[in-house]
Design a binder for this molecule. Structure first.
Ligand code: MN
Ligand code: MN
Length: 167
């Protein structure tokens, strides 16, 4: 089985970085050979969260096709927000909470989108659906991402699912 990279959008926010780590962890538990990477330096908030939970910063990539054939996207789908050579790799998974815009693939894929406040909320559901336990440290990161993306559950995008995931 060939290795796949998992990443969020360019100019990553806390959700983009954390969702890549969380989804890569879940996929590794499901038997996939994956690595969470980032498309840019974490911002100050994300660095605080990573330091607080003693988690390493993901490796930053500029291109993907030089090292893998397939990738998994989290927290985005629009090609212009993705890795520069996205057209040269196969997208096998998307987990996202944004509008779908300009996205298409040549092959079937796993695509999970829900109109919730944070993609880490969806990934929390995916852990439950797959009966995989979330390690405490990772749960702390995911909680931070939900707090960040929903502005402490006050954004108009916040849903009951986000509130449930926080609990
Ligand atoms: Mn984001
Ligand atoms: Mn997000």
């Amino acid at each position: 089985m060939a290795k796949e990279l998992v990443f969020g959008h360019q100019s990553p926010d806390t959700d983009a970085i954390v969702a890549a780590k969380a989804y890569a962890y879940l996929q590794s538990k499901l038997g996939k050979d994956v690595e969470a990477v980032a498309l840019g330096e974490p911002n100050m908030e994300t660095n605080f969260v990573l330091n607080y939970f003693n988690e390493p910063t993901p490796r930053i990539i500029k291109t993907a096709a030089n090292e893998v054939d397939s990738v998994m996207l989290v927290d985005h789908n629009e090609p212009q927000q993705s890795v520069s050579d996205i057209a040269d790799v196969t997208v096998t998974h998307v987990v996202d909470h944004h509008r779908i815009n300009g996205f298409n693939t040549a092959a079937p894929l796993y695509y999970r989108a829900e109109p919730v406040g944070c993609v880490s909320t969806i990934i929390t559901e995916l852990f439950d659906e797959n009966k995989v336990e979330i390690p405490a440290q990772l749960a702390g990161l995911m909680l931070s991402a939900i707090i960040s993306d929903t502005l402490l559950l006050k954004s108009p995008t916040t849903t009951d699912k986000d509130r449930a995931a926080v609990k």
